[in-house]
Design a protein around this ligand. Structure first.
Ligand SMILES: C[S@@+](CC[C@H](N)C(=O)[O-])C[C@H]1O[C@@H](n2cnc3c(N)ncnc32)[C@H](O)[C@@H]1O
Length: 302
């Protein structure tokens, strides 16, 4: 039947953009996107430092929607600054029943900073956890933060290192998405891990993630922006885009105790100078700048 026909819309793009693109298209209402070729096979053997050269994102759409999606993708490619030779797309027919299977197959567990990040449909025995691993289970859903984005993985590594250098009790996660960083904070040992996000699916998904990982009593999530988080914090994570980071820099600084640590991720090379300048003016000292392709993340201290 014609209305049962589906198209596989497959988009090749520069490395490191997969989750941003998927999240944006999901916000636009295009359903769940899946990543292909983002990590090399067998990445449970080692930490993935990067993505393989040719990541692809796939959306399943109805044939009548193909033009609208192509136009939206062209707009996004331009706004992200992708060069014409760095991206392209293809469409092919897909049987409806293949879809869920393909999505599950594409979601591969990976190791990052001693966490083995995996989806809720992966069986624990199949993960072959090492004695030093901590499983970090992500519920299926549309919030941002599966660990697929480089800035989330840099944040996880920073969180683990900070905890081992100087353990902390309280962590604030601004723009928590799935809750991945707050839940990781609880798994690392922090007693109070708070996350908020204005994206409607986030708080419910983050609570579910805390439950799945057995740390619900150490985590608290709500729908909102940084303005709604009161109090002082030893450690703040803000994996946000540069416009938001620049806007929130003074408030982020106010939320830190003297000597408190702030991680900011998700800004791009072209915004590096302006973003770092605003941090400096807000009383934050740059301790380390991470670079991954065009993405930047900063470790700061008040
Ligand atoms: C790049 S995602 C980070 C998700 C997750 N913390 C991670 O590290 O993977 C940025 C998140 O910030 C949220 N956000 C957007 N505007 C915000 C605001 N004004 N205050 C707090 N969060 C915001 C978005 O909804 C999104 O979930």
């Amino acid at each position: 039947m014609t209305d049962q026909k589906l198209l596989r819309f497959s988009l090749r793009m520069p490395s490191g953009w997969e989750e941003t693109l998927i999240w944006q298209l999901q916000q636009d209402g295009w359903g769940i996107g899946l990543q292909e070729n983002s990590f090399q096979a067998g990445h449970l053997d080692d930490e993935p430092v990067g993505t393989s050269g040719n990541p692809e994102v796939v959306f399943v759409i109805r044939p009548a929607e193909a033009t609208r999606l192509r136009v939206r993708v062209e707009e996004l490619a331009q706004s992200y600054g992708w060069k014409p030779q760095e991206w392209n797309f293809a469409t092919s027919e897909l049987a409806q029943e293949d879809w869920e299977f393909a999505w599950r197959k594409s979601w591969k567990p990976f190791r990052c900073a001693g966490f083995v990040v995996h989806a809720d449909f992966h069986e624990r025995p199949s993960l072959n956890l090492r004695a030093t691993d901590t499983a970090l289970q992500i519920p299926t859903g549309s919030a941002f933060g599966t660990g697929g984005h480089p800035s989330t993985r840099i944040a996880l590594r920073t969180l683990k290192r900070w905890y081992s250098e100087q353990p902390f009790d309280k962590l604030l996660d601004v723009g928590t998405g799935t809750g991945i960083l707050a839940v990781a904070g609880a798994l690392a040992g922090a007693k109070v891990n708070i996350g908020m996000d204005p994206d409607p699916p986030s708080a419910g998904q983050a609570r579910q993630m805390a439950r799945l990982n057995g740390v619900e009593s150490q985590c608290h999530f709500w729908l909102g922006t940084l303005e709604s988080a009161k109090g002082l914090w030893q450690v703040v994570f803000a994996n946000l885009q540069s416009g938001l980071l620049q806007y929130y820099a003074p408030m982020l600084s106010q939320r830190l105790v003297p000597g408190g640590r702030l991680f900011t991720g998700g800004f791009m090379d072209k915004n590096e100078e302006a973003t770092l300048l605003v941090f400096e003016k807000s009383g934050l000292e740059l301790r380390r700048l991470h670079k991954h392709g065009r993405w930047r993340a900063a470790e700061l201290r008040k």
